[in-house]
Ligand binder design. Structure first.
Ligand code: ZN
Length: 280
């Protein structure tokens, strides 16, 4: 592994969920894509691996496909991270839930942001039922992470894509929102949205890994060094750990091989996430 050039690394896209839910997610991904997963799902084991890799902070992202399950899951995540020095717990919600109550309760209990896995959950970012949830998020100045792009297997989903996202953005122009996976496969459109909107962030998860071509048919070299430098205050490193079918090092070795200044690396691997999380 390349020597890591900076400290205080943040991994802005990590999943922490109960064993049984994680197993179900992995089974669905295996069925759909044939991937196999060997990384631990236990919090302590995950943190040991992440801190060995130099990660000081990570977002703990949950999500559920069905309604009625988010409240318990959020409680689990908050409890599981309560004594962690590294985790930043996020909450999730389903559009068919009492979204205001679920998100308010989670934030009151310690959640720091909201995560939606739109194609799996089965609704779009601009679903009007989510309005009261976004109002809570906005009132608390909290960040949102959205799987809003079509990759890796959602090109036919009506719930993702740049138009649904732009519709959300028009309604909530002040919420700090991260589009996971660089917005692949509509990457140019999402890069432009990050260019034009200070509150729009992108995470590098999967898309900028050295094995993106193999696992999601995306070539990370199509995003130029100049673009990474230009948008370094909007792009942050993420991994999808532990649900990645390859070693953790694959997730960042491509980024580290790029001709980027140390300042740009500091942005992508640390400072941009701090701004996104509201820690700056
Ligand atoms: Zn993810």
């Amino acid at each position: 592994m390349a020597e890591f050039p900076i400290g205080d690394v943040v991994d802005a896209h990590v999943h922490l969920m109960p064993e049984r839910l994680m197993a179900a997610i992995r089974e669905a991904l295996s069925d759909a894509a044939g991937w196999e997963f060997n990384h631990p799902t236990d919090r302590d084991e995950m943190e040991a691996a992440l801190t060995t890799a130099g990660v000081e902070q990570y977002t703990a992202l949950p999500y559920v496909a069905r309604s009625g399950a988010a409240a318990d899951l959020n409680e689990w995540v908050i409890e599981a991270t309560a004594d962690s020095d590294h985790a930043v717990p996020f909450a999730t919600v389903h559009a068919a839930d009492d979204v205001e109550a679920v998100v308010t309760d989670a934030f009151d209990a310690g959640a720091c942001g909201l995560k939606l896995q739109l194609p799996v959950q089965g609704f779009g970012a601009d679903d009007p039922r989510l309005g009261p949830a976004y109002e809570v998020v906005a009132a608390r100045d909290a960040p949102v992470v959205l799987h809003a792009g079509t990759a890796p297997m959602f090109t036919d989903s009506p719930h993702v894509g740049v138009e649904r996202f732009e519709s959300f953005l028009a309604s909530y122009p002040d919420i700090r929102v991260c589009v996971a996976h660089m917005g692949t496969y509509e990457i140019e459109a999402f890069l432009n949205l990050a260019r034009d909107n200070d509150n729009v962030f992108l995470d590098t998860t999967f898309a900028m890994s050295s094995v993106a071509k193999t696992y999601m048919d995306f070539d990370p070299t199509t995003v130029s060094d100049d673009t990474l430098a230009e948008l370094s205050t909007s792009i942050m490193y993420g991994s999808d750990y532990p649900n990645i079918p390859y070693p953790y090092a694959r997730e960042r070795e491509h980024l580290l091989s790029r001709d980027l200044s140390v300042e740009v690396q500091r942005d992508i691997f640390s400072r941009t996430a701090q701004r996104f999380l509201g820690n700056d």
